[in-house]
Design a protein around this ligand. Structure first.
Ligand code: GLA
Length: 381
């Protein structure tokens, strides 16, 4: 049964009538532009065909009551009495979005509903952003404010940063808010302008989940952010976005070795991401694939956010003739890689990479052929 029907049926069984609205917001995979968003740079993600869904109806009071089918749990909170969580729980994603919208002056009404999703949790496909944007969309439907994708993404990012305590950039929330069907989205993370690009003809995007999850991602992530900020200060700019390849080459020797490598990744990744736009515009999958391969090498060697499992699955993918290029995607240290493959060979590609990776590492991977979906939206009524 589709998730849309699941949340609808559960809602009807629980509340005795059809939902007033059904909303959804997708997870994402990033094609290229990694660890660039918090450097005011460029990212090139697409929203995937996996999402969080909420069936809901408004309430007359200021309460939010949510039933999670995935957690088999029911929780509620009052918009008049929001409490910052000590230990994170799924409902905190909803209360965090409420807190952030209220902080920004939105007037919110309460609602009740049923939540379910199929973005795997902790895999690096932004299940949190999907839940946050679906929540924002639920508030939008029952309250009285305008939907602005960038404003909603910023509000959800602030919930992550200040309510949930995760110091993420804007990419995940922005693509979940603003994704476009059959298109990848180049996002300028300084001003949140977006440019859409169709994937090259006859290609498939394949997500390669290594099956590994790593702790300590947050501390390593924060450490990378600090190293980038320090490098930007050294160049006398507000963010590494403002350092181009030639000014980097001129002054790179002034940086210590670690910061030099971190900055080199960001500077080169921004350039690769813009070149990826050109490759997509002119429909050149081989050029795009080559940029993805270079991105992985830079993330592995200069930024040091890959892992043996990610390196292994990327290597298995790149060894396949049907593959234009593969790289780790998202924050790194575990989770998923992404590959651009020939569409007519994608199923066989997925099978062969699964077998090769299992043989090489003993881990069972999960591979999904995915397509670009729309960002947060209301699907019913
Ligand atoms: C995580 C963060 C994003 C981004 C990526 C790395 O997904 O949530 O903001 O920084 O890592 O590109």
């Amino acid at each position: 049964m589709s998730l849309e029907n699941r949340v609808r049926d559960h809602f009807t069984a629980e509340f005795g009538e059809s939902p007033a609205f059904i909303v959804r917001a997708p997870g994402r995979v990033n094609l290229i532009g990694e660890h660039t968003d918090y450097n005011d740079g460029f990212v090139f993600p697409m929203a995937i065909n996996r999402a969080t869904w909420i069936a809901l109806r408004p309430r007359d009071d200021k309460r939010v009551l949510a039933i999670s089918l995935d957690m088999d749990d029911q929780r509620q909170f009052s918009l008049d009495d929001l409490r910052k969580p000590a230990d994170l729980d799924w409902i905190d994603y909803l209360s965090g979005v409420a807190w952030s919208l209220l902080e920004r002056g939105y007037e919110l009404r309460g609602w009740e509903g049923v939540v379910a999703g199929d973005v795997p949790i902790g895999a690096g496909l932004s299940s949190s952003a999907a839940l946050e944007l679906a929540t924002a969309r639920a508030f939008f439907e029952v309250s009285d404010f305008e939907w602005d994708a960038a404003a909603m993404a910023l509000a959800c990012q602030a919930a992550e940063n200040h309510w949930l305590g995760v110091n993420c950039g804007i990419m995940d929330q922005m693509i979940s808010a603003a994704g476009v069907e059959d298109r990848a989205l180049l996002i300028d993370c300084r001003n949140l302008e977006t440019y859409t690009a169709p994937l090259p003809a006859d290609t498939s995007v394949v997500i390669l989940d290594t099956g590994t999850r790593r702790g300590l991602v947050d501390s390593a992530y924060n450490e990378r952010r600090k190293q980038c900020e320090a490098a930007a200060r050294h160049f006398g700019v507000s963010a590494l976005r403002d350092v181009d390849k030639s000014s980097f080459a001129e002054r790179a020797h002034e940086l210590d070795e670690l910061r030099r490598r971190r900055a080199r990744h960001v500077v080169s990744e921004n350039e690769r991401t813009l070149r990826a736009r050109d490759a997509m515009r002119s429909g050149e999958p081989a050029a795009l694939g080559k940029l993805m391969i270079e991105s992985h090498v830079s993330l592995r060697d200069d930024f040091e956010v890959s892992s043996p499992a990610l390196d292994a699955i990327v290597e298995c993918a790149n060894a396949e003739e049907a593959c234009y290029g593969a790289r780790m995607t998202g924050a790194g240290f575990g989770g998923c890689a992404v590959a651009l493959a020939r569409a007519d060979g994608a199923d066989a590609f997925a099978e062969r990479v699964s077998a090769a990776y299992l043989a090489a590492t003993g881990n069972q991977p999960t591979l999904y052929i995915t397509r670009a979906s729309r960002g947060a939206e209301t699907v019913y009524p």
